[in-house]
Design a protein around this ligand. Structure first.
Ligand SMILES: *[C@@H]1O[C@H](CO)[C@@H](O)[C@H](O)[C@H]1NC(C)=O
Length: 368
């Protein structure tokens, strides 16, 4: 038949372009941060030229319907998030994050436990991402906490991947990116993440390498987000990266997270102010958490002493009995260089609104 030739030519042209599109969707670097409405940081103030990807957090899981929803108070900002951040950087990619530390983790465990509710979650997440114009989705289930939940998490990821691949081929649109924010280590209190399912299904994982020390769970001061832990207790970004990669996660699927916030303690003794000093609890805020911009202001207002510890790659400052552990420029730059040298995909921060005039994000972007 004379018509077979043109058809096969069209097919091979289509295949050629879909291969091109497929390869261009593979990320070469991820320089990312999270934004969330509670930060009260205007989306228009994000300097998106410093990022390749921005996460909009959080969409919620409805425990009754197992569908992903956005609170009505957030819908206007979420639905215009992508066009807003693309004004300063048309190449920036956006992902809608689902869940978060404050979300009901039993709802995630229940949703992931059976095929019908997983399908509700998956289909509604794709509809929402497309209708709001996001380029991808990010699951922040903190955390799957039993072997069964981990296994269901893996099943959910595999089905999610199949669904976004199918959706892309049926609509002809670029496939939605899939990411997840996970514990800094692949070992969550002796329960292991399904690393193979993670590696097969996700474009990358965000390793939350922070909250190692905080007044809520530590009566002594400590580096909240050490890259290295000389005491070898395993509380460090490096220990987390090694655990994931040794368990089989390709380095190119790992994105190292760091905080744009610190923790403030009240020292028991104003003269004992190094790491592991005794405290009487949180300072400045109820849980001691304090954004980087506020820390800079505290340092200036109080003439606080600042210390960079290059053994752990962490900063702290103190004035009187107030002691704050945090990441300043040197810590951030050290972590970004680490991520690059170890062949990781990139880095992310929580959260963009806590920066001081984009100072940390600029230093990070330049250090890669
Ligand atoms: C950095 O912190 C480690 C761990 O507490 C400590 O052993 C070391 O002496 C500190 N280094 C400096 C220069 O303060």
């Amino acid at each position: 038949m004379s018509s077979t030739k043109p058809i096969s030519l069209i097919l091979s042209i289509t295949l050629f372009f879909s291969l091109l599109l497929g390869s261009s969707s593979a990320q070469t670097v991820v320089k990312a941060s999270y934004w969330f409405p509670g930060s009260e940081f205007p989306i228009t103030d994000i300097d998106s030229s410093l990022f390749t990807h921005l996460f909009c957090a959080f969409a919620d899981l409805n425990a009754q319907t197992n569908q992903v929803t956005v609170a009505s108070a957030s819908q206007a900002r979420f639905s215009t998030f992508t066009q807003t951040v693309q004004r300063r950087n048309s190449a920036v990619r956006t992902l809608l994050s689902i869940g978060g530390g404050a979300a009901d983790k039993t709802a995630f465990a229940s949703m992931a436990s059976n095929p019908t509710s997983r399908k509700s979650f998956i289909d509604s997440s794709i509809r929402l991402a497309r209708s709001y114009g996001f380029h991808g989705l990010d699951l922040d289930w903190e955390y799957p906490s039993t072997a069964t939940e981990m296994s269901n998490f893996g099943t959910l990821l595999r089905e999610w991947r199949s669904a976004v691949v199918a959706e892309a081929s049926s609509t002809g649109r670029p496939r939605l990116l899939l990411a997840a924010a996970v514990f800094y280590s692949n070992n969550y209190y002796s329960v292991l993440y399904p690393v193979q399912a993670v590696a097969d299904s996700l474009d990358w994982v965000n390793l939350m390498a922070y909250d190692f020390y905080g007044p809520g769970w530590s009566r002594v001061t400590g580096p909240p987000a050490a890259l290295y832990d000389p005491s070898n207790a395993g509380l460090s970004g490096d220990a987390g990266v090694r655990s994931w990669t040794q368990a089989g996660l390709p380095a190119k699927k790992a994105v190292l997270g760091f905080p744009y916030y610190g923790y403030a303690w009240r020292l028991a003794n104003a003269n004992s102010r190094s790491y592991y000093a005794a405290t009487t609890g949180a300072a400045i805020t109820p849980d001691g958490s304090i954004g980087y911009g506020q820390i800079r202001k505290f340092i200036v207002d109080n003439g606080a002493t600042t210390v960079y510890n290059n053994t752990v790659a962490g900063d702290y400052c103190y004035s009187g009995t107030t002691w704050i552990g945090y990441d300043d420029t040197q810590s951030i730059v050290t972590k970004v260089r680490y991520a690059k040298q170890r062949g990781l995909l990139g880095y992310f921060s929580w959260h963009v609104g806590a920066d001081d005039n984009s100072g940390l994000s600029r230093a990070a972007s330049q250090a890669w």
